[in-house]
Design a protein around this ligand. Structure first.
Ligand code: BGC
Length: 893
């Protein structure tokens, strides 16, 4: 015992947090050469990895020992052993040496398990129900079941499953897994995910039964704002393989065959936009159990032209799950007789209903984000999305209901038909989202700013539902590329979005046209309807910007290399569109979408020309492709795209920039894009930035920017000597501003600056979402400038970070933290009288450049353990290795 304790005390170097690709202990991956990541723990400062050793075993037999590899890489280290077999668990450990010669103990064991790596591993056939007239209009959800007998004790069992439409699985009456909306949403015509489940504990020797229920989902339900359905097909289908290994070594496989039966059940209709109609009297009690009598059920049919097995792939992202439950904060009766529950927070999910009443009673639940002036649900902004659930009671005791294949965007639930008086247990808000690890924390001394951070996080939680969507409530909920592009940097602070975006980028590449053009939404469900649904500046540039953003955030060169052809193809498309003069004179463009519009002559709106925006984005994407080419060691390409960037830059300046630094139409967005994208000559940046600041001031410190200008506004002001103006905009409470919606009770980001106008009227119901994350793109500036944590594109993934807090705005403290792949980075400052105190945490195997503004090296305390300290003009740069530091700056002068 004593020796164990001693070992713990003395042993200061350790390895933890083992990940494979983007997941911890993943079950069912199909990457031929998975990349391994780990975190180093150390009680000493300046810990850096000098070497590592990875050992991988299979059935306790070593299959790969990397040997001692001299390297500081601790993330995305490629497995280098023999080819992986399907359906096999690989157990791995790692140990590291640090630069001081210490060696860590072997890490605790972690694993990955392969899924079905080859199409030929799938022996099951796709099954469905007999074709029915309701197939194309949405009908009852089909149930599928099969009873089977196991002839011995089970050592291990897996289900590999996917569907056309959504599925939920059951084994012996128990729900399999806790993922929702499986198999997830991908470009189904090209990529279809399957899931792997460990079902060992759900099976027993003797009789068993497996059941599946299917929903229309994205596959054939309503999708898109034109009322279309059946976007991917008309018939639902199930593909399922249950593989069993007995303790005596025998194996068995249960796949759909003629013994599978199908019927309908209690879900009479279910639609992502429309909601669910559920009649509990139609429940088939025990339908997924062995003893159930299914003689009246129909045999399943084999699908005639099912998707090829080569289209199947394992998930890269965590599944959608129930992530939070919300209790009502208010219950009242509306004038129209509805009982309205206020869940206190706008979100995505549904309501769990608890009722007790007579059979046949129908309870109707409607959902809305806001109330109108009369206190009724405001649903006009939902357009064609009815989001209404109807539950018919089975009777005979307390009943609990949650829908299955739908989700709603809401804060308020309006309920009719309750058999008894409501109380706070009648309705529970169930928040659903891709179950991403929260990696960011941000807090300041200002409560409205903290609420803004809260609203950004909830906007993300609401709209990261397997795909980055624009909104969760109206008849869209689509993977709008422009929204995703502007928000991605903020998203990567708040949550670990590595696997989430890697999956989505797979669909970006898959849905990209051969011309390089990219649809408006990914997965592309509008294309069929609109010849124009592609090739749009600021939207399609997502093909370049999102991979680059992920590279900066996670340092995953593999992903960058995978996306590189898609990135380049988009820039080549832009080049062709622009033609010889390199000015992209657009066809259809969204431009600076939802920029301020105003009829007030004293406060004019601001329209930035779409050809200006298109050419600016063209230059920016060329620049990022050049940087990506450099990062990937593609020297020739880097030079080519650097030259292209310079040429577009020159064309842009000739066309849009005056000799005195007037840019475009003199809008805030014009200056923000031109400066942020490095389009102006150095000699004009100051003048242009001053014009931008002057416009903001002239409007009483207000903004005019839309989706594209907004993310760049504060970084550009803050980076050009106008930090006070940047803070002024951020802390502005009057319309238009980020904090204005908060003064109106917002709990998520609004789509429009004036979703609810100062006179309390609503913006145009045709487009007025209260849960759109795009304007939340300001979050990246809050983390990087206020909190001070900034990633370094040259040393990406947090291997080196910048700590550059810039106090202002009357704040007396700010704290930001970011969980990178290496560990937790923290930057926390406070103003303590004349002293500025900064606490910094730098994780092992990384370094930080701490930049203290407007001071001298002599005025700084706490830099003793630093690797380097330099005066840089009026600032002090301190380079530190891992560990905790406290710097104090006395501002007595
Ligand atoms: C969506 C967006 C999207 C836009 C394109 C809207 O209807 O909700 O957020 O980017 O269309 O302009």
């Amino acid at each position: 015992m004593i020796s164990v304790l001693l070992a713990v005390v003395i042993q200061q170097l350790g390895v933890t947090g083992l990940r494979v690709e983007y997941l911890t202990n993943p079950l069912g991956i199909d990457t031929p050469r998975p990349r391994l990541s780990w975190r180093i723990t150390s009680t000493e400062r300046n810990t850096a990895q000098a070497a590592y050793e990875v050992r991988v075993s299979r059935n306790e037999t070593l299959v790969w020992d990397s040997g001692r590899i001299a390297s500081d890489s601790s993330v995305f280290v490629t497995y280098g052993g023999p080819a992986l077999a399907s359906r096999t668990r690989y157990v791995w450990r790692v140990r590291v040496w640090d630069t001081k010669g210490r060696v860590s103990p072997w890490s605790a064991a972690a694993f990955w398990e392969t899924g079905l790596m080859q199409p030929s591993d799938w022996t099951a056939a796709w099954v469905g129900t007999a074709p029915s007239p309701t197939d194309s209009v949405g009908g009852p959800s089909p149930l599928f079941r099969r009873a089977f007998r196991l002839t011995g004790a089970v050592a291990s069992a897996r289900i590999y499953a996917t569907s056309l439409g959504l599925y939920e699985l059951y084994l012996n009456g128990q729900r399999v897994g806790d993922g929702l909306f499986t198999p997830g949403w991908t470009s189904y015509n090209r990529r279809l995910q399957y899931q792997t489940y460990d079902v060992t504990a759900l099976l027993r020797s003797g009789p068993n039964a497996v059941g599946a229920e299917l929903g229309d989902g994205w596959y054939r339900g309503q999708l898109g704002f034109n009322g279309q359905r059946n976007v991917y097909g008309k018939r639902l289908g199930l593909l399922l393989q249950l593989e069993i290994r007995y303790q005596d070594g025998r194996t068995e496989r249960i796949v759909p065959d003629s013994a599978w039966r199908t019927s309908t059940g209690p879900i009479l209709a279910s639609d992502i936009y429309g909601g669910e109609t559920y009649d509990a009297r139609q429940e088939r009690i025990g339908w997924a159990n062995a003893g159930y009598d299914d003689r009246t059920w129909a045999p399943v049919q084999t699908l005639e032209s099912p998707p090829p097995k080569s289209r199947l792939l394992a998930p890269e992202s965590p599944p959608v799950r129930r992530v939070v439950e919300l209790r009502p904060v208010g219950i009242r009766r509306s004038a129209s007789g509805e009982t309205i529950f206020d869940l206190g927070q706008n979100f995505t999910g549904w309501a769990r209903l608890k009722v007790n009443g007579t059979a046949g009673t129908v309870v109707t639940l409607r959902f809305a984000e806001v109330l109108d002036r009369r206190g009724d649900l405001y649903t006009e902004n939902l357009r064609r999305a009815n989001q209404t659930d109807r539950y018919t009671l089975r009777g005979g005791g307390p009943e609990t209901y949650e829908p299955h294949f739908t989700f709603h965007g809401f804060r308020y639930v309006g309920v009719r038909g309750l058999p008894a008086a409501a109380d706070s247990s009648t309705i529970t808000g169930i928040v659903v989202s891709s179950d991403l690890q929260e990696t960011g924390a941000f807090e300041t001394s200002d409560s409205l700013l903290n609420q803004l951070q809260h609203n950004i996080v909830w906007g993300q939680r609401s709209n990261f539902l397997d795909v980055p969507t624009d909104c969760p409530q109206r008849d869209e909920r689509l993977g709008w590329t422009g929204d995703a592009q502007v928000f991605a940097p903020t998203a990567a602070y708040n949550f670990d979005v590595s696997g989430f975006f890697s999956k989505w980028l797979g669909d970006v590449a898959a849905d990209q046209d051969v011309s390089g053009s990219l649809p408006w939404v990914i997965p592309d469900v509008l294309h069929a309807d609109s010849a124009n649904a592609s090739g749009t500046a600021g939207w399609s540039d997502a093909a370049v910007i999102v991979p680059w953003t992920m590279y900066v955030a996670y340092g995953d060169r593999g992903l960058l290399a995978r996306q590189y052809p898609s990135m380049r193809a988009w820039v080549e498309f832009e080049r062709r569109r622009a033609g010889a003069d390199l000015l992209w004179q657009p066809g259809w463009q969204f431009g600076d979408w939802l920029a301020l519009h105003s009829d007030d002559p004293s406060y004019p709106g601001a329209t930035t020309n779409t050809d200006f925006i298109a050419t600016a984005y063209f230059a920016h994407s060329a620049d990022l492709v050049a940087q990506a080419a450099r990062a990937l060691g593609k020297g020739d390409d880097a030079e080519r795209y650097e030259a292209l960037f310079r040429d577009v830059q020159a064309a842009f300046n000739r066309e849009f920039v005056s000799a005195t630094g007037r840019v475009g139409e003199n809008t805030q967005t014009a200056y923000a894009l031109a400066i942020a994208f490095h389009l102006l000559p150095d000699s004009l940046i100051r003048a242009a930035a001053d014009r931008l600041a002057a416009d903001v001031q002239a409007r009483g410190v207000h903004l005019t920017t839309g989706f594209l200008g907004t993310p760049q506004l504060l970084p550009v002001l803050g980076g050009t000597g106008h930090l006070d103006v940047a803070y002024g905009l951020l802390m502005q409470r009057s319309y238009p501003s980020w904090l204005y919606p908060i003064t109106r009770g917002a709990t998520t980001m609004w789509e429009r600056w004036d979703g609810i106008r100062p006179d309390s009227s609503f913006e145009d119901a045709g487009m007025n979402s209260f849960n759109h994350y795009a304007f939340g793109a300001v979050g990246a500036w809050m983390y990087s400038a206020i909190g001070g944590i900034q990633l370094d594109p040259q040393v990406p993934g947090g291997k080196a970070v910048w700590i550059t807090p810039q106090p202002g705005g009357g704040l007396t403290f700010a704290r930001a933290a970011l969980e990178t792949l290496y560990g937790r980075v923290m930057s926390s400052w406070k103003l303590d009288g004349p002293r500025f105190v900064l606490d910094v945490t730098v994780p092992p195997n990384t370094s930080a450049n701490v930049l203290l503004w407007g001071t001298t090296a002599q005025a700084v305390r706490g830099a003793e353990g630093a690797r380097d300290i330099q005066q840089r003009d009026r600032d002090v740069l301190i380079v530190v290795g891992s560990g905790n530091y406290q710097f104090t700056v006395s501002r007595s002068n």
